[in-house]
Structures are given as structure tokens and as C-alpha cells.
Design a protein around this ligand. Structure first.
Ligand SMILES: NC(=O)c1ccc[n+]([C@@H]2O[C@H](COP(=O)([O-])OP(=O)(O)OC[C@H]3O[C@@H](n4cnc5c(N)ncnc54)[C@H](O)[C@@H]3O)[C@@H](O)[C@H]2O)c1
Ligand SMILES: O=P(O)(O)OC[C@H](O)CO
Length: 330
């Protein structure tokens, strides 16, 4: 079985930096591609990422570069670029056959592509995998216990990557259900915005539990229709991540929702921020994909309309609560 030792990480936001630190903590050399020159300089000089992961001390063996060509020497690449910018970065990656392990959570506007779909188009010669689950970056960087799904169509590839990135406190579970892992991560972000809205609007914990449960029903309908396995959606990359992000103000998606719930408008909340709330990008895309496929996803659709400023929170809640009664299995 191939063993991967020379990891590169593409994307120096909070999650890319935390994953690079995970792999470099034992002194292994890890190369991190970072778009922002000030962040490259801070990582190399001070071993810190003050913009995206303040507070985490980084190993000296983690070095940053702003040149994607420097990633050519790596034998596996973790790709951690937010989905709206992913296509452009993939197109600039140097050619090679090192596997790409996608760690971003979302669906691209227009194409309805998940990261793996973009990779099949732009880097078909490379093997592909997905890493997704309940993983706040600052906790992983701090070495707190974490479990995650590592999915690849080729089980041997998934097992080889899982073995190479596993650490005593970081436990990947192997799966071949790539689409399930991608769908779980993309949809939980949207539902975290919904739960933040409920929190910000002071609607109570019953409402939050109802949203998590009915939101999971939406994730399951969408996933099963696209060939995902129910056990993946009920696992770390689906329900596990849904519970984490829907219950914590450490989540950027949840805090965006809290602002919306307090009556602030989405444009103001998202202006000038350097971090991403992927759910705001994915909500209209998943809602449109579901509509096109005839899949009922009222919560995701409502989040999409709230983020677009097309409805007000009070009206949206009223509309959701006044839908016709139905069986729970639907
Ligand atoms: N932060 C977490 O705890 C966490 C955990 C798991 C998964 N994720 C996922 O990882 C992905 C990256 O999130 P993050 O938290 O690392 O990012 P972040 O919010 O910390 O930082 C934003 C990132 O976007 C990049 N960016 C901004 N504009 C860009 C452009 N035009 N072209 C290319 N890149 C651009 C920045 O360079 C930076 O890397 C997202 O899909 C997120 O859902 C995040
Ligand atoms: O801060 P969020 O909402 O992007 O969530 C971060 C991770 O996806 C949690 O698993």
C-alpha cells in the first residue's frame, strides 16, 4: 500500500492551517500554499497565522508559500480552498499524479459541481478523496480529540490516506461514499445558518431541535436521490457535523445566522469579512439543485431566500410553520 509522507496543503485559511499543523506537529515537513502574502510572511517568520487561525502556535516544519508550483513536489495534497474559489485554484495547480484530498464543504454555483466533480474535470489524472466531519479548526490545531470521515471510491486509497493522516487524537473513519461525505458537509452549513437564525431570533431550543431533525430529513432526501449512503449521512460527515455546527457559536455559519435572526441584513454581515460562511454560498445552489430534481427542501430554500434578502425572518418562520401537516417519514 502506498504510504504518503510528504503532504502539501492548498489553502491557508483556518482549516488548511489546522490540517497542516496536525501533520507537522511531529516535525514532519509540510508545505502550505497561502494566497495572502502577509499570511505567508507571518507563518514563515512567526509560526502563526494571525488572520485565519489566531492563537495557534505552528511548528517550524510547517512552511508557507504563495507559489502553487511549489506544491509539485508533494506526494499528497489536502485541498482546503472555499468552493466558490476552488475551480480557479485547481486550474492553476501544477500537473502531477499526487492524490487530491478535498476538505472544503459546498457546491459550486452554476455547474452544481461538488469539489470531486471539479477535480474529475480539471485534474482527471489524479486520484481523489474527501475529508469531512465535525472539526472546528482551532480544536484540531490544539490537539483535541476529533473523528472524521475519509472517503474515496478506491477503498485502498482511502485506507492509505487515513493511515497517513491519523494521529493519536485525530481518527479518520474510512468510507467509499464520496458523494455522501460531500453532501453532508455542504448541507450542514446551510442548516447551521438556520439554527443560528433561530438562536438570534430567540425562538428557543425546541425550534432548534426541530430544525436539526427536519434539516437532517432534507439532507437525507437530497443525498439518497444522488446515490449517497444513509449510513454516511447519519455518520460523522452528516449528522455528526450537523450537530456540531448547529449548536455552537464557534461556527461561522451559525453566527451568520444569529445576525440574520437579530434582524441584521446578510450583505452587511458578510461585507469585509475575510473568513467564509460556506452555507451562504451553497444555500441558493443546493436549493436550486433540489428544485431542479423535484426534492422538497423547505429549510434550505428558506435560508437561501433569507441570505438573498428576499424575505424577512418573521415571515419565513411563519411560512415554515404554516406548511400542510405531513407524515414524519416524508
Ligand atoms: N474553519 C473550520 O473549522 C473548517 C472545518 C472544516 C471544513 N472547513 C471548510 O474548509 C473550507 C475553507 O474554510 P477555512 O475555514 O479554512 O477558510 P477561512 O474562512 O478561515 O479563510 C478564507 C479562505 O478563503 C480564501 N480565499 C478568499 N478569497 C479567495 C480567492 N479569491 N481565491 C482563493 N482563495 C480565496 C482565503 O485565502 C482563505 O484561505 C470551507 O469550505 C469550510 O467550509 C472549515
Ligand atoms: O465555522 P463553520 O460553520 O464553517 O464550521 C466549521 C466546520 O465545518 C465544522 O465542522
Amino acid at each position: 500500500m502506498t504510504s504518503y509522507r510528504n503532504f502539501g496543503v492548498v489553502g491557508g485559511g483556518a482549516w488548511g492551517t489546522a490540517l497542516a499543523q496536525l501533520l507537522a506537529a511531529d516535525g514532519a515537513p509540510v508545505r502550505l500554499w497561502v494566497r495572502e502574502e502577509d499570511v505567508v510572511a507571518a507563518i514563515n517568520a512567526d509560526h502563526r497565522n494571525p488572520v485565519f487561525l489566531p492563537g495557534a502556535a505552528l511548528s517550524a516544519s510547517l512552511t508557507a508559500t504563495s507559489a502553487l508550483t511549489d506544491m509539485a513536489a508533494c506526494d499528497a495534497l489536502l485541498v482546503v480552498v472555499p468552493v466558490p474559489f476552488l475551480r480557479a485554484v485547481l486550474a492553476e495547480l501544477p500537473a502531477g499524479d499526487a492524490p487530491l484530498i478535498f476538505c472544503s464543504k459546498g457546491m459550486e454555483a452554476g455547474s452544481f459541481a461538488f469539489p470531486i466533480d471539479m477535480a474529475r474535470e480539471l485534474a482527471p489524472q489524479r486520484p481523489h478523496a474527501v475529508l469531512s466531519g465535525p472539526t472546528f479548526a482551532h480544536e484540531v490545531a490544539a490537539g483535541l480529540p476529533t473523528a472524521i470521515t475519509l472517503a474515496a471510491a478506491d477503498r485502498d486509497l482511502a485506507a492509505a490516506i487515513a493511515g497517513a493522516i491519523a494521529r493519536p487524537h485525530f481518527r479518520p473513519y474510512v468510507s467509499t461514499d464520496v458523494i455522501g461525505a460531500e453532501i453532508g458537509g455542504a448541507i450542514k452549513n446551510i442548516l447551521a445558518i438556520a439554527c443560528g437564525i433561530v438562536d438570534g431570533a430567540g425562538l428557543g431550543l425546541n425550534a432548534r431541535a426541530a430544525l436539526i431533525s427536519r434539516g437532517f430529513a432534507e439532507m437525507t432526501r437530497f443525498g439518497l436521490a444522488r446515490g449517497a449512503q444513509a449510513e454516511t449521512l447519519a455518520g460523522l460527515a452528516g449528522l455528526g457535523d450537523l450537530v456540531l455546527t448547529c449548536t455552537s457559536s464557534n461556527s461561522r455559519n451559525f453566527t451568520l445566522g444569529q445576525g440574520l435572526g437579530r434582524g441584521e441584513d446578510a450583505e452587511t454581515l458578510m461585507a469585509d469579512r475575510r473568513t467564509v460562511a460556506e452555507g451562504a454560498f451553497s444555500a441558493p445552489v443546493i436549493a436550486a439543485a433540489a428544485r431542479a430534481d423535484g426534492i422538497d427542501m423547505p429549510i434550505c430554500d428558506t435560508v437561501a431566500r433569507l441570505v438573498a434578502g428576499e424575505t424577512r425572518v418573521a415571515d419565513a418562520i411563519q411560512a415554515l410553520l404554516s406548511r400542510p401537516l405531513r407524515s414524519e417519514g416524508r
